[in-house]
Write a protein that binds this ligand. Structure first.
Ligand SMILES: NC(=O)c1ccc[n+]([C@@H]2O[C@H](COP(=O)([O-])OP(=O)(O)OC[C@H]3O[C@@H](n4cnc5c(N)ncnc54)[C@H](O)[C@@H]3O)[C@@H](O)[C@H]2O)c1
Ligand SMILES: O=C(O)C[C@H](O)C(=O)O
Length: 267
């Protein structure tokens, strides 16, 4: 972190040290209720909601957002388990005030006033599935959550993680277009993993540190729609046809590689 970032981090941490974040378990279990705390204000900074915050992606994402000095308020929404996740994340000694929201009746409060909404809500794939196989379930979830965004925070930046990203982004776009709130600069699908994987796998082949390698990846986030531009790699280099075949296939199937290994069972 540079010195500006460090100063900002310390400022937010100082201000919010007096805040007692509102969450389920804290309210019950502490000697001082929130109502009795001296400071009621909020620090300036991004207000971020994570929808699907209790899941495999949502939980580490919540931790990363809580560590981010630019975030002042962090809303964690899910249909299960948010009280526990919220209590846990809220104990981190960083600036963002953390609040938990459980179930559809609390979606409105979770979304109201947010600047950025990140959505990893939905089901992940099992071995043998493509991301498209998730469409029937996740399309409906994303549509409902985006309708909530239209109502409660229509100006927010929306960041879609739920798969198939190639389809969930267009679904969100249609919801926003119908409501007249669509801004293409504020709707994104997360495909960064493809770049991260490409950098790592190319670095392995070249014998370099992945931090020194930059591989542009364009297209979508499923199979052959993931297009690593191996002719544009920095530092400049060339590959044999065999290396190109190996790297393209490994980058395009990186997600499948993880899904299969994660679901291996012990005998
Ligand atoms: N774009 C990417 O790079 C990328 C990377 C990893 C995972 N994913 C996708 O992200 C999604 C989540 O993956 P995961 O591993 O966290 O799955 P998970 O099952 O561990 O977590 C999903 C969470 O969503 C919640 N959820 C379900 N319906 C909901 C609703 N209507 N409202 C709010 N929350 C709801 C679940 O309760 C659960 O906590 C999957 O679709 C997965 O394919 C995308
Ligand atoms: O591959 C998946 O199903 C999850 C994610 O999209 C990934 O690329 O790891």
């Amino acid at each position: 972190m540079n010195s500006n970032g460090e100063a900002q981090h310390q400022r937010i941490a100082r201000i919010s040290a007096h805040l007692n974040p509102s969450n389920y378990t804290m309210e019950q279990g502490t000697v001082l209720g929130r109502i009795n705390c001296r400071s009621k204000g909020g620090a300036s900074g991004f207000k971020v909601a994570i929808l699907g915050a209790a899941g495999g992606i949502g939980q580490p994402l919540a931790m990363l957002m809580k560590m981010n000095p630019l975030v002042s308020v962090l809303h964690l929404y899910d249909v299960v388990n948010t009280p526990g996740v919220t209590a846990d994340i809220s104990h981190m000694d960083t600036g963002a005030v953390v609040r938990g929201f459980l179930g559809p009746r609390q979606l409105e409060n979770a979304l109201t006033g947010m600047d950025l909404v990140i959505i990893p809500a939905g089901v992940p794939r099992k071995p043998g599935m493509t991301r498209d196989d998730l469409f029937n379930i996740n399309a409906g979830i994303v549509k409902t959550l985006c309708e909530g965004i239209v109502e409660c925070c229509p100006g927010a930046i929306v960041n879609l993680i739920s798969n198939p990203v190639n389809s969930t982004v267009p679904i969100a776009a249609e919801v926003f277009k119908m409501a007249g709130t669509f801004d293409p600069k504020k709707l994104m699908g997360v495909t960064m993993l493809d770049v991260v994987r490409a950098n790592t796998f190319v670095a392995e082949v070249l014998g370099l540190d992945p931090r020194e390698v930059n591989v542009p990846v364009v297209g979508g986030h499923a199979g052959v729609t993931i297009l690593p531009l191996l002719s544009q790699v920095k530092p400049q280099c060339s590959f044999t046809p065999e290396e190109i075949g190996y790297l393209t296939a490994r980058i395009q199937n990186g997600g499948t590689e993880v899904v299969e290994v994660r679901n291996l069972c012990c005998a």
